[in-house]
Design a protein around this ligand. Structure first.
Ligand SMILES: Cc1cc2nc3c(=O)[nH]c(=O)nc-3n(C[C@H](O)[C@H](O)[C@H](O)COP(=O)(O)OP(=O)(O)OC[C@H]3O[C@@H](n4cnc5c(N)ncnc54)[C@H](O)[C@@H]3O)c2cc1C
Length: 544
């Protein structure tokens, strides 16, 4: 075999690309990962953004783990390769008008007492809500590990897959189907209105419905987004609850990279791919061309890039069916997210829960989403073309546990905020982003008056940087919106949700496939499994 020839080439060294490579190499395939940036990890990255303060490291984009299945953790022996998680503390919101809410997931009596301070009715409803959601998660969770069938296809194998899926769900009763329908179609606001009365509880529970979406809490489909973030079991055992990886999210990618290398994978960084080559006659993928013109050949190519880059730029419209090309052109990929990373000299001292000493309310999500209306207002601002006047923020302080990220006594705070206009992905808007960040910081300062003074350094990452430096087109954090028309058998295009593509030999491990996004590794594993299954099928056919 020539030096520039591989069994498998994986384009993109984000966590999904690395998972795909590790699975391929486990079968003995000579596998190469090509990553454009200087480091692997993609959106799962730990960086030191302040050159004059390299002792502070932040999880620059993604910030908490939740959906990585036990199967992947075990298959790739990630703990042996350094994967370690600190379970996250409770949800905490200090209200601008005074008081606070702490939601304890593990302690029902404490949760009851806390919620009852705002509404006794809501305190009674909360355990029933959790049980309802848990029941639905039991139905939806295993679907995350299911390869979506090509619904509507009349090919015998596709029909069989559709029937198998229907048969697996034959036990569902009318009420469960109705509840799933509600979850899939309702807005998180309408759903929460059916369950709760207090703005405080509704604000708390609405956040997960709008994380990463270009949709406010009143938009249909946001109830499902909440469920996607709340599923606790994908069918192979309970997932770790939300947690902070030691060393930040980059450490998760590092553990996967280490496992991949141990299986024999070669990883090249600083190696941007410009083109996926396709054989003129068969239409089969034959390898890649790098931006520097270097050509590499492979029997199998796996792309883990945003589908617009992978298909429209790398494969090219001339090599794709017109309807598939149209689907990818219409792929929705907005979100208006701004990530703000802070180095803090001390912890926030909340008026409602005073003290800069480490307390339980510093250890989980430290929110600025006091009500559903507040979140909605932020979205309306952005949809009307302005950055939110009062953005909402999902904050975390990983250094409450993780001492590897900042010097003793100091802290890192990560603020996941929304929204700025989605069109900001096209231009840097740096000055306006700084003003937006000032406003986010002001909102925390209203409830923790030491906050502004405690900031040593700050780093503001907007949609333009996400697109241009990390390949997240449109600034969407999941390679494509989690809207209903882009889920399951539609992700990323009907007929191609099984991690295969219209180009034989080219597989799709992007977060824009089913179960993505999020740092879950499922697209990477499934794309590798599809490639391995096809190679075995071809080998069997040859032997006959
Ligand atoms: C601000 C933000 C916050 C988030 N928070 C969370 C969170 O808390 N928890 C969570 O689970 N998920 C979160 N996510 C989502 C999650 O990070 C992503 O869904 C996930 O990391 C995507 O992984 P991936 O491997 O599919 O793609 P990516 O991480 O996008 O990896 C693709 C890789 O391909 C590389 N690449 C691009 N172009 C080329 C090219 N031409 N040639 C070679 N390589 C190329 C990129 O540099 C990148 O490394 C967040 C995302 C963002 C942006």
């Amino acid at each position: 075999m020539a030096a520039d020839s591989y069994d498998a080439i994986v384009v993109g060294g984000g966590h999904n690309g690395l998972v795909a490579a590790a699975y391929l190499a486990r079968t003995g395939a000579k596998t190469l990962v090509l990553e454009a940036r200087g480091t692997t990890g993609g959106a799962a990255t730990t960086e030191a953004p302040w050159p004059d303060a390299p002792e502070f490291r932040v999880t620059r984009l993604s910030y908490v783990m939740s959906l990585l299945p036990a199967t992947i953790m075990n298959d790739l022996q990630l703990e042996r390769h350094g994967y370690k998680i600190f379970p996250m503390g409770p949800y905490y919101q200090a209200f601008p008008e005074g008081g606070s809410l702490t939601l304890y997931e593990e302690d029902s009596q404490r949760a009851y007492d806390e919620i009852a301070r705002w509404s006794k009715r809501d305190a009674d409803a909360y355990p029933k809500w959790n049980a309802w959601l848990g029941g639905l998660a039991d139905v939806l969770g295993p679907l995350l590990l299911t390869v979506p069938p090509a619904i509507g296809s009349r090919k015998p194998a596709d029909l069989a897959a559709t029937l198998r899926l229907a048969w697996r769900h034959r036990g569902l009763d009318v009420r469960t189907i109705a509840d799933v329908t509600r979850l899939m179609t309702m807005s998180i606001a309408d759903l929460l209105d059916d369950w709760f009365e207090s703005p405080q509880i509704k604000g708390a529970l609405a956040v997960n419905g709008v994380i990463g979406t270009w949709a406010g809490p009143y938009e249909p489909g946001t109830a499902y987004v909440m469920a996607h973030h709340s599923i606790g079991d994908v069918g192979d055992g309970r997932l770790g609850s939300w947690g902070f990886p030691e060393g930040g999210m980059g450490a998760v990618a590092d553990a996967i990279a280490s496992s991949a290398r141990a299986n024999g994978v070669t990883i090249r960084t600083g190696a941007p791919v410009a083109k996926i080559t396709v054989a003129p006659g068969s239409g089969r993928a034959t390898g890649v061309v790098l931006a520097n013109g270097e050509e590499l050949r492979a029997k199998v190519v796996v792309t883990s890039l945003h589908p617009k880059t992978a298909f429209l730029d790398h494969v090219g419209r001339e090599n794709l069916p017109a309807d598939f090309t149209a689907d990818i052109e219409h792929w929705k990929t907005r979100s208006g997210v701004v990530k703000i990373n802070l180095a803090l000299a001390e912890l926030p001292d909340f008026t409602a829960n005073p003290g800069t000493n480490l307390q339980e309310h510093h250890t989980g999500s430290v929110e600025m989403a006091p009500s559903m209306e507040y979140i909605e207002r932020a979205f309306i601002d952005a949809r009307e073309g302005r950055p939110a006047l009062r953005p909402f923020s999902d904050g975390v302080i990983p250094t409450a546990f993780d001492k590897t990220l900042s010097p003793e006594g100091t802290h890192i705070m990560s603020l996941f905020t929304q929204w700025v206009p989605s069109e900001w992905a096209a231009e840097p808007h740096q000055d306006e982003l700084e003003k937006y960040a000032d406003r986010v910081i002001d909102t925390y300062n209203e409830v923790a008056p030491n906050f502004k003074g405690a900031i040593l350094h700050r780093d503001v990452v907007g949609p333009y940087e996400m697109e241009h430096d990390y390949g997240l087109i449109g600034g969407n954090i999941f390679h494509g919106e989690l809207s209903l028309e882009q889920l399951f058998h539609m992700r990323p295009a009907p007929g191609f949700a099984d991690y295969r593509t219209p180009v034989p030999g080219l597989y799709n491990a992007s977060s824009a496939t089913h179960a993505g996004g999020g740092v879950c590794g499922i697209p990477g594993m499934q794309a590798a499994k599809a490639a391995i299954a096809d190679r075995r099928k071809t080998a069997r056919a040859r032997r006959r």
